[in-house]
Design a binder for this molecule. Structure first.
Ligand SMILES: [Zn+2]
Ligand SMILES: [Zn+2]
Length: 280
């Protein structure tokens, strides 16, 4: 079984409307690419901040700009008009755990992917509100990122931790990581990951970013696997042609680490299935 659960039916432009992207025909375009690439389990996980209801959780100006859609209409669309699993990509907002839990528990989702895109009010992976413009050192940003990742695991809100070393997104040339062995940072998240039992996403999205690497780094993935974390495989596609992109490389990494199973989710229950492409 191959999976792709971290998939967006539309791009990140504020004006990408649900009417245009949440259609059976658009879902079918993603399904076709998935079938060509032997991916049987396909799910969508739109960003929580695209939905009006997210403003009950957090009122960051970035969220206020994007929160236009209705979450229940999205859920209804996926269930009624597609054969895709129903997921969501939800940010970890420290201090708003109860409000996020209410939002998520009220919906009939197959899985919730948790993301750390912000450290407090500052963004890791976009130029606006950027934590990198705040005069903080790479050491501080990396330390706070992995501490927050561990907290996000412990929150119990999520089934999967998305792009687990997103802090590296800009690459060595633009925003170099701290010197030396980075495991001292990964270590900050490992206890939370081990104790929560959350799954770790292996994401090929990083191959399409300045860093040009899979998330997470092999050394971090190895630590997660040793800590007992199961793996969820995804591409974070924002367009059909990116579904399953870079999977050869991801599968090679998993084989090197002796990972032979992937997580499959249904109504927030998880099981493990042996890795393998389905027949075309
Ligand atoms: Zn994300
Ligand atoms: Zn995403």
């Amino acid at each position: 079984m191959l999976t792709d659960y971290h998939v967006h039916l539309r791009g990140d432009e504020p004006l990408a409307s649900p009417a245009e992207h949440f259609t059976a025909a658009n879902a079918e375009r993603y399904r076709e690419v998935a079938s060509e690439r032997g991916i049987a389990e396909l799910g969508v996980s739109e960003h929580v901040y695209r939905f009006r209801q997210a403003l009950t959780v957090w009122r960051h100006p970035f969220w206020q700009r994007f929160a236009h859609d209705d979450l229940d209409e999205y859920c209804g669309f996926v269930r009624a008009q597609t054969d895709l699993r129903l997921g969501i990509e939800a940010d970890f907002v420290a201090g708003a755990e109860d409000r996020m839990a209410n939002l998520l528990d009220d919906r009939d989702l197959d899985y919730v992917i948790g993301s750390v895109h912000f450290l407090r009010d500052e963004a890791l992976d976009m130029d606006e509100y950027s934590v990198w413009d705040s005069g903080r050192s790479a050491e501080e940003i990396w330390r706070r990122y992995f501490q927050t990742l561990g907290e996000s695991a412990r929150s119990g809100l999520f089934d999967v931790l998305a792009h687990p070393d997103l802090v590296k997104v800009w690459g060595r040339a633009q925003r170099p990581p701290p010197q030396g062995d980075l495991r001292r940072y990964y270590e900050l998240a490992i206890e939370g990951i081990a104790e929560s039992g959350v799954a770790i996403e292996v994401s090929t999205a990083g191959l399409r970013k300045p860093v040009g690497e899979i998330y997470p780094a092999p050394a971090f993935l190895e630590m997660c696997v040793e800590a007992g974390a199961p793996v969820a495989l995804s591409s974070d596609a924002h367009r059909p042609q990116d579904v399953g992109a870079g999977y050869e490389q991801a599968l090679e990494l998993l084989a090197q680490l002796g990972v032979g199973e992937l997580c499959v989710f249904e109504r927030r229950a998880r099981r493990l299935e042996p890795i393998g492409a389905s027949e075309r």
